[in-house]
Design a protein around this ligand. Structure first.
Ligand SMILES: [Zn+2]
Length: 69
């Protein structure tokens, strides 16, 4: 924890395709590149198309959308 920002959780979830791997939805792997064993950080919420389940996703920082600390 501790990059300081309360972050953007109130954002509406991004809709993703159901082909996204479950490991990524579970936050066990980087949502963008699939890396495991890296330091992952919360990267917002997604919903799988056709579902209402909201998943909290994580990335390793490979995508610039997430503000770096
Ligand atoms: Zn990544």
């Amino acid at each position: 924890m501790g990059s300081g920002m309360p972050n953007a959780l109130p954002l509406a979830p991004t809709v993703v395709d159901s082909s996204v791997s479950i490991a990524r939805l579970h936050g066990e792997a980087c949502f963008d590149c699939g890396a495991v064993g890296k330091s992952l950080r919360a990267a917002g919420n997604v919903v799988v198309r056709g579902s209402t389940r909201v998943w909290r996703i994580f990335t390793c920082g490979c995508r610039r959308k997430v503000a770096a600390p």
